[in-house]
Write a protein that binds this ligand. Structure first.
Ligand code: FAD
Length: 482
């Protein structure tokens, strides 16, 4: 091995040893080549030390390795490795962020308590609606539109297909109706965003909808907004693709490792994990999804009202049988939909059949009743929940959908008081970035959020306006208005 090869393949492993073949939780490169050295002063000095190590002979290297192991053993904690950025949580947001950071040549460590994609957070259940005119607020439309481009780019780079266009139907009425994502003006906002951003759509009356989409039993007073480029994303495939690309670009990905605390130091942040490791970085991104409130509550962050900004709610996804009329529910015939039901306590949304004749169609409503935590939430779905959903919100509206529930899942919303997102620096810090775009509608924006995170933590100008996601608007308010 030449000195250059040694330099490229050596890293300090997660257990405090020097890893010369990249097998120790890293990909064998230091991921730093190509980084703008000016980005992080602490990193620059780390890099000098790195180079010195690489220039010495193998015997001395072995001695240093031994001394580092002893040091780690005496201290009871692992060696501290320095990164430019640590991303805590590799779900929808974190995976997109590590990809964007690694692609930009940043030395990034992504840590997740599980091995994403997994089924315990907010990013599972086969499908997420994507649309371009955003009823939760027209300011989200640029995020969504840009995410379409970025998702397509990731599909191209990986060969994975996770964005499907089916068209999207939003059904509403002038009378009292249930909302989706806690936004009363959802339909009106959608229409206004479609006009503002020139998004291709059609307005349908009840006759048009019955003719075009006979699967929906619409009432005479209902109207439809049909968006041509709406569709769905496959969240698990998208996360997988982002993480694969991130690793290809040199990101360090640590899975099945829990961050137990983090703190700001004079020149950066320190993150401790249940592997007895301390990792240092110039910046930390916290994209812990529904674990965010408890992580904040247990950290020495000095501001105790932040955890209260986020409330976690249990959501249930149901797949009902359509095998008797499967051809009418395939994605060629049946669009993704959002329906502001009249006379019901909540709206519904759903997807075409994407898993064969026996896979059913996914339909869900929303629940904002009892706050939960990822540890305490009930993960199973009871038979009476299935019956209640079918009898109240499926059978009256979809005559050809059968009552047999072929699959169900529990997923978690992390919700703010205004059902918006947070992407903002921790108060009085320019080192810890909070990234919580959920409130039940974040996935479609995750690619653009990942890019925005990368821009923020590398002090670059952000492409999109992130001001509506500021934290200050929510402090001292809680999600209790819901
Ligand atoms: C039922 C449901 C339906 C939805 N429908 C839609 C939809 O149709 N369209 C749409 O756009 N959006 C939708 N959303 C919202 C969207 O899915 C979320 O906005 C998005 O998945 C949130 O991603 P996240 O990265 O914030 O969280 P997650 O994907 O949950 O990621 C958080 C990660 O952090 C890790 N983590 C947590 N704590 C630690 C720790 N201490 N140490 C290490 N790792 C840690 C977790 O293991 C997890 O992998 C829906 C959400 C749900 C639940």
């Amino acid at each position: 091995m030449t000195a250059t090869e040694l330099r490229l393949s050596m890293s300090i492993g997660a257990n405090g040893t020097i890893d010369t073949d990249g097998t120790d939780g890293t990909n064998g490169t230091d991921g730093a080549d190509g980084l703008r050295p000016a980005f992080c002063p602490a990193f620059s000095s780390g890099r000098r030390k790195w180079t010195t190590l690489c220039d010495i002979d193998r015997d001395r290297l072995a001695l240093i390795s031994l001394s580092m192991r002893m040091h780690a053993a005496v201290g009871g904690i692992g060696m501290s490795e320095h990164f430019d950025v640590i991303v805590l949580g590799l779900g929808a947001m974190g995976s997109a962020a590590v990809y964007q950071l690694a692609k930009g040549g940043v030395k990034v460590l992504g840590i997740d308590r599980f091995s994403p994609p997994h089924t315990l957070g907010s990013t599972h259940g086969d499908s997420r609606i994507t649309r371009q005119a955003i009823g939760e607020g027209e300011h989200y439309s640029p995020l969504s539109l840009h995410s379409y481009e970025l998702f397509r780019e990731v599909e191209k780079l990986t060969g994975s297909k996770f964005l499907e266009i089916t068209g999207g139907l939003i059904i509403s009425s002038d009378s009292d109706h249930a909302s989706i994502n806690n936004v009363d003006e959802f339909f009106e906002n959608t229409l206004s965003a479609a006009k503002k951003y020139d998004i291709k759509h059609e307005m349908l009356d009840s006759k048009d909808m019955r003719k075009r989409f006979p699967q929906f039993k619409v009432a005479d007073n209902e109207i439809g907004y049909f968006e041509h480029e709406a569709g769905f994303l496959r969240p698990e495939l998208a996360v997988q693709a982002h993480l694969k690309l991130a690793a290809d670009f040199g990101a360090n990905i640590h899975t099945n490792e829990i961050v137990v605390s983090f703190e700001e130091t004079s020149d950066g942040v320190e993150v401790r994990t249940d592997h007895n490791e301390i990792y240092r970085a110039a910046k930390l991104v916290i994209s812990a999804g529904p674990w965010l409130p408890q992580l904040l509550a247990h950290s020495e962050v000095g501001v105790d009202d932040i955890a209260e900004v986020f409330t976690v709610f249990r959501q249930v996804l149901f797949w009902f049988d359509v095998s008797a009329a499967h051809s009418e529910f395939t994605q060629e015939k049946f669009p993704v939909f959002i329906w502001h039901l009249q006379g019901r306590d909540g709206g519904i949304y759903g997807f075409p059949s994407i898993d064969g004749p026996s896979g059913g169609i996914k339909i869900a409503s929303e629940s904002y009743v009892n706050p939960v935590t990822p540890d305490s939430v009930r993960r199973d779905v009871e038979p009476n929940e299935i019956i209640d959903m079918y009898e109240n919100k499926v059978r009256p509206f979809f005559p050809k959908v059968a009552g047999k529930c072929v699959k169900s899942a529990v997923c978690l919303y992390t919700v703010t008081a205004d059902s918006g997102f947070v992407l903002d620096w921790f108060p009085s810090s320019q080192r810890v970035l909070l990234c919580s775009p959920c409130s039940g509608h974040g996935f479609k924006h995750s690619a653009a959020i990942g890019e925005a995170v990368a821009q923020l933590v590398t002090d670059r100008k952000t492409t999109l306006d992130l001001s509506p996601m500021n934290l200050q608007r929510l402090r001292k308010k809680t999600a209790s208005k819901i």
